[in-house]
Design a protein around this ligand. Structure first.
Ligand SMILES: NC(=O)c1ccc[n+]([C@@H]2O[C@H](COP(=O)([O-])OP(=O)(O)OC[C@H]3O[C@@H](n4cnc5c(N)ncnc54)[C@H](OP(=O)(O)O)[C@@H]3O)[C@@H](O)[C@H]2O)c1
Length: 347
Protein backbone atom coordinates (compact mmCIF):
# COMPACT_ATOMS: atom_id res chain seq x y z
CA UNK A 1 0.00 0.00 0.00
CA UNK A 2 1.38 3.41 -1.00
CA UNK A 3 1.18 6.37 1.38
CA UNK A 4 0.69 9.96 0.27
CA UNK A 5 1.39 12.67 2.83
CA UNK A 6 -0.74 15.79 2.66
CA UNK A 7 -0.26 19.19 4.34
CA UNK A 8 -3.45 21.27 4.57
CA UNK A 9 -3.05 25.05 4.87
CA UNK A 10 -6.45 26.38 6.00
CA UNK A 11 -9.16 24.37 7.70
CA UNK A 12 -12.32 26.39 7.03
CA UNK A 13 -15.30 25.46 4.83
CA UNK A 14 -13.23 23.92 2.04
CA UNK A 15 -10.66 22.25 4.31
CA UNK A 16 -13.29 20.67 6.54
CA UNK A 17 -15.35 19.51 3.57
CA UNK A 18 -12.23 17.91 2.04
CA UNK A 19 -11.36 16.24 5.38
CA UNK A 20 -14.87 14.76 5.56
CA UNK A 21 -14.44 13.33 2.04
CA UNK A 22 -11.11 11.76 3.03
CA UNK A 23 -12.84 10.06 5.95
CA UNK A 24 -15.82 8.97 3.87
CA UNK A 25 -13.75 7.58 0.98
CA UNK A 26 -10.76 6.22 2.96
CA UNK A 27 -11.55 2.56 2.34
CA UNK A 28 -12.45 3.03 -1.34
CA UNK A 29 -9.20 4.88 -1.96
CA UNK A 30 -7.27 2.00 -0.44
CA UNK A 31 -9.16 -0.54 -2.55
CA UNK A 32 -9.19 1.35 -5.86
CA UNK A 33 -5.85 3.17 -5.75
CA UNK A 34 -3.88 1.04 -3.29
CA UNK A 35 -3.14 4.30 -1.49
CA UNK A 36 -3.47 5.56 2.03
CA UNK A 37 -3.76 9.34 2.42
CA UNK A 38 -2.06 10.62 5.54
CA UNK A 39 -2.72 14.23 6.57
CA UNK A 40 0.49 15.28 8.33
CA UNK A 41 -0.27 18.98 8.96
CA UNK A 42 -3.29 21.24 9.34
CA UNK A 43 -2.77 24.96 9.78
CA UNK A 44 -5.21 27.71 10.75
CA UNK A 45 -4.78 31.36 11.62
CA UNK A 46 -6.43 31.44 15.05
CA UNK A 47 -6.91 27.78 16.08
CA UNK A 48 -3.26 26.79 15.93
CA UNK A 49 -1.35 24.22 13.89
CA UNK A 50 -1.54 20.45 14.17
CA UNK A 51 1.31 18.26 12.92
CA UNK A 52 1.80 14.51 13.07
CA UNK A 53 4.11 12.64 10.71
CA UNK A 54 2.10 9.44 11.37
CA UNK A 55 -1.18 11.03 10.32
CA UNK A 56 -3.60 13.34 12.10
CA UNK A 57 -6.84 11.90 13.41
CA UNK A 58 -9.17 13.92 11.16
CA UNK A 59 -12.29 13.19 13.19
CA UNK A 60 -10.55 14.63 16.24
CA UNK A 61 -9.42 17.73 14.32
CA UNK A 62 -12.93 18.27 12.91
CA UNK A 63 -14.47 17.89 16.36
CA UNK A 64 -12.09 20.44 17.85
CA UNK A 65 -12.95 23.00 15.17
CA UNK A 66 -16.67 22.29 15.41
CA UNK A 67 -16.46 22.74 19.16
CA UNK A 68 -14.72 26.09 18.58
CA UNK A 69 -11.62 24.80 20.35
CA UNK A 70 -7.98 25.35 19.40
CA UNK A 71 -5.56 22.58 18.43
CA UNK A 72 -3.53 21.31 21.42
CA UNK A 73 -0.32 23.31 21.92
CA UNK A 74 1.75 20.12 22.26
CA UNK A 75 1.12 19.31 18.60
CA UNK A 76 2.89 22.49 17.44
CA UNK A 77 6.64 21.95 17.23
CA UNK A 78 8.61 25.15 17.64
CA UNK A 79 9.89 25.27 14.07
CA UNK A 80 6.39 25.11 12.57
CA UNK A 81 4.83 28.35 13.77
CA UNK A 82 3.14 29.38 10.56
CA UNK A 83 1.65 27.89 7.42
CA UNK A 84 4.74 29.07 5.53
CA UNK A 85 7.00 27.20 7.98
CA UNK A 86 5.01 24.06 7.26
CA UNK A 87 5.22 24.60 3.47
CA UNK A 88 8.96 25.24 3.65
CA UNK A 89 10.15 22.67 6.15
CA UNK A 90 7.76 19.77 6.70
CA UNK A 91 7.92 16.39 5.02
CA UNK A 92 4.86 15.99 2.79
CA UNK A 93 4.05 14.98 -0.80
CA UNK A 94 1.13 17.31 -1.57
CA UNK A 95 0.45 20.80 -0.23
CA UNK A 96 -3.18 21.98 -0.27
CA UNK A 97 -3.56 25.76 -0.11
CA UNK A 98 -7.01 26.73 1.29
CA UNK A 99 -6.42 30.07 3.02
CA UNK A 100 -8.67 33.10 2.33
CA UNK A 101 -8.30 35.09 -0.89
CA UNK A 102 -6.30 38.32 -0.67
CA UNK A 103 -7.79 40.45 -3.44
CA UNK A 104 -5.02 43.03 -3.53
CA UNK A 105 -2.06 40.73 -4.11
CA UNK A 106 -2.80 37.01 -3.68
CA UNK A 107 0.46 37.17 -1.74
CA UNK A 108 0.37 34.91 1.32
CA UNK A 109 -1.18 32.01 -0.61
CA UNK A 110 1.30 32.51 -3.45
CA UNK A 111 4.19 32.32 -0.97
CA UNK A 112 2.82 29.01 0.34
CA UNK A 113 2.44 27.60 -3.18
CA UNK A 114 5.91 28.77 -4.25
CA UNK A 115 7.56 27.30 -1.18
CA UNK A 116 6.10 23.88 -2.00
CA UNK A 117 6.76 23.98 -5.76
CA UNK A 118 10.39 25.03 -5.20
CA UNK A 119 10.79 21.84 -3.16
CA UNK A 120 9.29 19.75 -5.99
CA UNK A 121 6.04 19.09 -4.07
CA UNK A 122 2.69 18.83 -5.85
CA UNK A 123 0.24 21.62 -5.00
CA UNK A 124 -3.55 21.80 -5.00
CA UNK A 125 -4.89 25.32 -4.61
CA UNK A 126 -8.50 26.31 -3.85
CA UNK A 127 -7.46 29.94 -3.54
CA UNK A 128 -7.90 31.98 -6.76
CA UNK A 129 -5.35 34.61 -5.70
CA UNK A 130 -2.26 32.76 -6.95
CA UNK A 131 -3.94 32.11 -10.34
CA UNK A 132 -5.04 35.72 -10.81
CA UNK A 133 -1.79 37.30 -9.64
CA UNK A 134 1.08 34.89 -10.33
CA UNK A 135 -0.15 32.16 -12.67
CA UNK A 136 2.73 32.13 -15.17
CA UNK A 137 5.43 32.19 -12.52
CA UNK A 138 3.80 29.32 -10.62
CA UNK A 139 3.17 27.10 -13.65
CA UNK A 140 6.78 27.65 -14.77
CA UNK A 141 8.03 26.80 -11.30
CA UNK A 142 5.96 23.59 -11.32
CA UNK A 143 7.39 22.64 -14.73
CA UNK A 144 10.98 23.37 -13.71
CA UNK A 145 10.61 21.26 -10.59
CA UNK A 146 8.69 18.41 -12.20
CA UNK A 147 5.62 18.75 -9.99
CA UNK A 148 1.92 19.51 -10.37
CA UNK A 149 0.04 22.77 -9.75
CA UNK A 150 -3.72 22.01 -9.70
CA UNK A 151 -6.69 24.27 -8.96
CA UNK A 152 -10.04 22.66 -9.94
CA UNK A 153 -12.11 24.16 -7.14
CA UNK A 154 -11.11 27.81 -7.73
CA UNK A 155 -13.93 28.41 -10.25
CA UNK A 156 -17.33 26.59 -10.19
CA UNK A 157 -16.27 24.77 -7.00
CA UNK A 158 -15.92 21.02 -7.62
CA UNK A 159 -17.71 21.04 -10.99
CA UNK A 160 -15.16 19.80 -13.53
CA UNK A 161 -13.98 22.73 -15.63
CA UNK A 162 -10.19 22.90 -15.68
CA UNK A 163 -9.98 19.10 -15.96
CA UNK A 164 -12.43 19.00 -18.88
CA UNK A 165 -10.41 21.54 -20.85
CA UNK A 166 -7.14 19.81 -19.89
CA UNK A 167 -8.28 16.26 -20.62
CA UNK A 168 -10.96 16.60 -23.28
CA UNK A 169 -10.13 19.69 -25.34
CA UNK A 170 -6.55 18.79 -26.20
CA UNK A 171 -4.89 21.06 -28.81
CA UNK A 172 -8.02 23.26 -28.92
CA UNK A 173 -7.27 26.99 -28.74
CA UNK A 174 -9.62 28.83 -26.41
CA UNK A 175 -10.89 31.90 -28.26
CA UNK A 176 -13.39 33.27 -25.76
CA UNK A 177 -14.54 32.62 -22.21
CA UNK A 178 -17.91 33.80 -20.96
CA UNK A 179 -19.46 33.22 -17.57
CA UNK A 180 -21.77 34.03 -14.72
CA UNK A 181 -19.32 33.73 -11.88
CA UNK A 182 -20.81 35.40 -8.81
CA UNK A 183 -23.51 33.54 -6.88
CA UNK A 184 -24.26 36.68 -4.87
CA UNK A 185 -24.80 38.85 -7.94
CA UNK A 186 -26.81 36.24 -9.82
CA UNK A 187 -29.03 35.62 -6.81
CA UNK A 188 -29.52 39.34 -6.40
CA UNK A 189 -30.55 39.89 -10.03
CA UNK A 190 -32.93 36.89 -9.92
CA UNK A 191 -34.44 38.27 -6.71
CA UNK A 192 -34.97 41.67 -8.33
CA UNK A 193 -36.97 39.89 -11.05
CA UNK A 194 -39.28 38.86 -8.16
CA UNK A 195 -39.67 42.56 -7.33
CA UNK A 196 -37.43 42.55 -4.23
CA UNK A 197 -34.95 45.36 -3.53
CA UNK A 198 -31.18 44.70 -3.45
CA UNK A 199 -31.18 45.11 0.35
CA UNK A 200 -34.01 42.58 0.83
CA UNK A 201 -32.31 39.98 -1.36
CA UNK A 202 -28.91 40.37 0.28
CA UNK A 203 -30.55 39.88 3.66
CA UNK A 204 -32.33 36.76 2.36
CA UNK A 205 -29.04 35.36 0.97
CA UNK A 206 -27.20 36.07 4.24
CA UNK A 207 -29.93 34.24 6.15
CA UNK A 208 -29.57 31.28 3.77
CA UNK A 209 -25.83 31.31 4.49
CA UNK A 210 -24.27 31.78 1.04
CA UNK A 211 -23.93 35.56 0.97
CA UNK A 212 -21.11 36.90 3.12
CA UNK A 213 -21.73 39.37 5.93
CA UNK A 214 -19.89 41.97 3.84
CA UNK A 215 -20.60 41.18 0.17
CA UNK A 216 -18.79 44.28 -1.19
CA UNK A 217 -16.21 42.36 -3.22
CA UNK A 218 -19.03 40.53 -4.99
CA UNK A 219 -21.18 43.60 -5.56
CA UNK A 220 -18.31 45.59 -7.04
CA UNK A 221 -17.51 42.74 -9.43
CA UNK A 222 -14.08 42.14 -7.85
CA UNK A 223 -14.74 38.48 -7.01
CA UNK A 224 -15.93 37.80 -10.59
CA UNK A 225 -12.94 39.69 -11.99
CA UNK A 226 -10.43 37.60 -10.03
CA UNK A 227 -12.13 34.40 -11.27
CA UNK A 228 -12.18 35.65 -14.87
CA UNK A 229 -8.48 36.57 -14.79
CA UNK A 230 -7.74 33.13 -13.31
CA UNK A 231 -9.65 31.49 -16.20
CA UNK A 232 -8.03 33.70 -18.85
CA UNK A 233 -4.56 32.93 -17.46
CA UNK A 234 -5.21 29.20 -17.34
CA UNK A 235 -7.03 28.80 -20.68
CA UNK A 236 -5.86 31.68 -22.89
CA UNK A 237 -2.28 32.23 -21.75
CA UNK A 238 -3.39 35.77 -20.90
CA UNK A 239 -0.53 36.47 -18.47
CA UNK A 240 -2.67 39.15 -16.79
CA UNK A 241 -3.17 40.39 -13.25
CA UNK A 242 -5.82 42.71 -11.75
CA UNK A 243 -3.24 45.52 -12.25
CA UNK A 244 -3.74 45.46 -16.05
CA UNK A 245 -6.49 48.02 -15.65
CA UNK A 246 -6.53 49.36 -19.21
CA UNK A 247 -7.59 45.91 -20.46
CA UNK A 248 -10.26 45.47 -17.76
CA UNK A 249 -13.81 46.79 -17.97
CA UNK A 250 -15.52 46.25 -14.62
CA UNK A 251 -18.89 47.69 -13.62
CA UNK A 252 -20.39 47.66 -10.16
CA UNK A 253 -23.88 46.20 -9.69
CA UNK A 254 -25.23 48.88 -7.38
CA UNK A 255 -26.58 51.10 -10.16
CA UNK A 256 -29.09 48.45 -11.30
CA UNK A 257 -32.64 49.39 -10.26
CA UNK A 258 -35.96 47.55 -10.21
CA UNK A 259 -37.00 49.89 -13.07
CA UNK A 260 -34.06 48.60 -15.17
CA UNK A 261 -35.15 45.01 -14.50
CA UNK A 262 -38.74 45.84 -15.43
CA UNK A 263 -37.73 47.74 -18.59
CA UNK A 264 -35.71 44.69 -19.69
CA UNK A 265 -38.65 42.35 -18.93
CA UNK A 266 -40.95 44.56 -21.04
CA UNK A 267 -38.59 43.88 -23.99
CA UNK A 268 -38.47 40.11 -23.24
CA UNK A 269 -34.98 40.51 -21.78
CA UNK A 270 -33.26 39.89 -18.47
CA UNK A 271 -30.22 41.52 -16.88
CA UNK A 272 -27.34 39.17 -16.09
CA UNK A 273 -23.93 39.97 -14.68
CA UNK A 274 -21.74 38.53 -17.43
CA UNK A 275 -17.97 38.13 -17.53
CA UNK A 276 -16.08 37.87 -20.80
CA UNK A 277 -12.47 37.28 -21.84
CA UNK A 278 -11.36 37.60 -25.48
CA UNK A 279 -8.62 39.11 -27.62
CA UNK A 280 -9.06 42.38 -29.53
CA UNK A 281 -6.31 43.24 -32.03
CA UNK A 282 -4.21 40.58 -30.35
CA UNK A 283 -4.61 42.14 -26.90
CA UNK A 284 -6.45 40.37 -24.07
CA UNK A 285 -9.66 42.11 -22.88
CA UNK A 286 -11.73 41.23 -19.84
CA UNK A 287 -15.14 42.65 -19.06
CA UNK A 288 -17.25 42.04 -15.97
CA UNK A 289 -20.57 43.91 -16.12
CA UNK A 290 -24.36 43.73 -16.30
CA UNK A 291 -25.76 42.99 -19.77
CA UNK A 292 -29.31 42.80 -21.13
CA UNK A 293 -29.85 39.43 -22.83
CA UNK A 294 -32.87 37.79 -24.47
CA UNK A 295 -35.06 35.86 -22.08
CA UNK A 296 -34.64 32.95 -24.54
CA UNK A 297 -30.81 33.00 -24.26
CA UNK A 298 -29.50 29.92 -22.42
CA UNK A 299 -27.87 32.22 -19.84
CA UNK A 300 -31.31 33.61 -18.90
CA UNK A 301 -32.06 30.19 -17.35
CA UNK A 302 -28.91 30.34 -15.18
CA UNK A 303 -30.71 31.86 -12.23
CA UNK A 304 -30.58 32.12 -8.44
CA UNK A 305 -27.51 30.43 -7.02
CA UNK A 306 -26.45 28.75 -10.27
CA UNK A 307 -23.25 29.65 -12.11
CA UNK A 308 -22.05 29.01 -15.66
CA UNK A 309 -18.92 29.07 -17.78
CA UNK A 310 -18.81 28.85 -21.59
CA UNK A 311 -15.59 28.05 -23.40
CA UNK A 312 -15.34 28.76 -27.14
CA UNK A 313 -12.53 26.98 -28.97
CA UNK A 314 -11.30 26.82 -32.57
CA UNK A 315 -11.93 23.07 -32.96
CA UNK A 316 -14.92 22.35 -30.75
CA UNK A 317 -17.16 25.42 -30.88
CA UNK A 318 -18.76 26.50 -27.62
CA UNK A 319 -19.23 24.31 -24.58
CA UNK A 320 -21.21 25.53 -21.56
CA UNK A 321 -20.93 24.09 -18.07
CA UNK A 322 -23.62 25.00 -15.54
CA UNK A 323 -23.24 24.46 -11.82
CA UNK A 324 -26.66 24.30 -10.25
CA UNK A 325 -26.49 25.64 -6.70
CA UNK A 326 -23.42 24.14 -5.03
CA UNK A 327 -23.08 23.54 -1.34
CA UNK A 328 -19.83 23.31 0.57
CA UNK A 329 -19.36 19.58 -0.10
CA UNK A 330 -18.81 20.39 -3.74
CA UNK A 331 -15.96 22.80 -2.95
CA UNK A 332 -14.21 20.02 -1.04
CA UNK A 333 -14.79 17.66 -3.96
CA UNK A 334 -12.73 19.87 -6.33
CA UNK A 335 -9.73 19.48 -4.02
CA UNK A 336 -10.42 15.76 -3.62
CA UNK A 337 -10.65 15.25 -7.41
CA UNK A 338 -7.26 16.97 -7.89
CA UNK A 339 -5.77 14.70 -5.23
CA UNK A 340 -7.13 11.61 -6.99
CA UNK A 341 -5.56 12.80 -10.27
CA UNK A 342 -2.20 13.14 -8.50
CA UNK A 343 -2.60 9.69 -6.92
CA UNK A 344 -3.50 8.10 -10.29
CA UNK A 345 -0.54 9.72 -12.03
CA UNK A 346 1.84 8.52 -9.32
CA UNK A 347 0.61 4.93 -9.66
N1 LIG B 1 -16.18 28.31 0.39
C1 LIG B 1 -16.32 28.17 -0.91
O1 LIG B 1 -17.43 27.95 -1.38
C2 LIG B 1 -15.13 28.23 -1.84
C3 LIG B 1 -15.24 27.73 -3.13
C4 LIG B 1 -14.14 27.72 -3.97
C5 LIG B 1 -12.94 28.30 -3.54
N2 LIG B 1 -12.86 28.83 -2.28
C6 LIG B 1 -11.58 29.42 -1.86
O2 LIG B 1 -10.93 28.50 -0.97
C7 LIG B 1 -10.23 29.21 0.06
C8 LIG B 1 -10.77 28.77 1.41
O3 LIG B 1 -12.14 29.07 1.50
P1 LIG B 1 -12.98 28.75 2.81
O4 LIG B 1 -14.38 29.04 2.50
O5 LIG B 1 -12.58 27.43 3.33
O6 LIG B 1 -12.39 29.88 3.79
P2 LIG B 1 -12.59 29.97 5.37
O7 LIG B 1 -13.76 29.17 5.79
O8 LIG B 1 -12.51 31.41 5.71
O9 LIG B 1 -11.27 29.23 5.96
C9 LIG B 1 -9.99 29.75 5.79
C10 LIG B 1 -9.00 28.94 6.61
O10 LIG B 1 -7.69 29.48 6.43
C11 LIG B 1 -7.12 29.81 7.72
N3 LIG B 1 -6.24 30.97 7.53
C12 LIG B 1 -6.56 32.27 7.42
N4 LIG B 1 -5.46 33.02 7.20
C13 LIG B 1 -4.43 32.16 7.23
C14 LIG B 1 -3.02 32.32 7.12
N5 LIG B 1 -2.48 33.52 6.92
N6 LIG B 1 -2.25 31.22 7.21
C15 LIG B 1 -2.80 29.99 7.43
N7 LIG B 1 -4.12 29.76 7.54
C16 LIG B 1 -4.91 30.84 7.44
C17 LIG B 1 -8.33 30.11 8.58
O11 LIG B 1 -7.98 30.01 9.95
P3 LIG B 1 -8.94 30.68 11.06
O12 LIG B 1 -10.21 29.88 11.03
O13 LIG B 1 -8.19 30.50 12.30
O14 LIG B 1 -9.12 32.11 10.65
C18 LIG B 1 -9.27 28.99 8.12
O15 LIG B 1 -8.89 27.77 8.70
C19 LIG B 1 -10.47 30.69 -0.22
O16 LIG B 1 -9.37 31.20 -0.93
C20 LIG B 1 -11.72 30.71 -1.07
O17 LIG B 1 -11.79 31.83 -1.93
C21 LIG B 1 -13.91 28.78 -1.42
Amino acid sequence: MKTIKVAMLGFGNVGQSFANLLLEKEQEMKEKFDTEVRVVAITTKTRGIMVDAWGIDLEYALNLIEGKKTFPASSQPRIQKTALDVAESMEYDVLIEMTPLEYASGRVATDHVKAALKRGKDVICSNKGPLAWHFKELTQLAEENGCKFMYETTVLDGTPLFSIVRENLKLCNVIEIKGILSRTLNYMLSGMERGLSQEEILEEGKNRGFIEANPQTDLTGQESLIKMIALANAFMDADMTPMDVEQLDVECSQGITLEDIKAAADDNEVIKYICRAYRKNGKMQISVKPERISRFDSYAAVSGTSLAVSITTDLMGTMTIIEESADVEQTGYGVFADLLTIIEERA
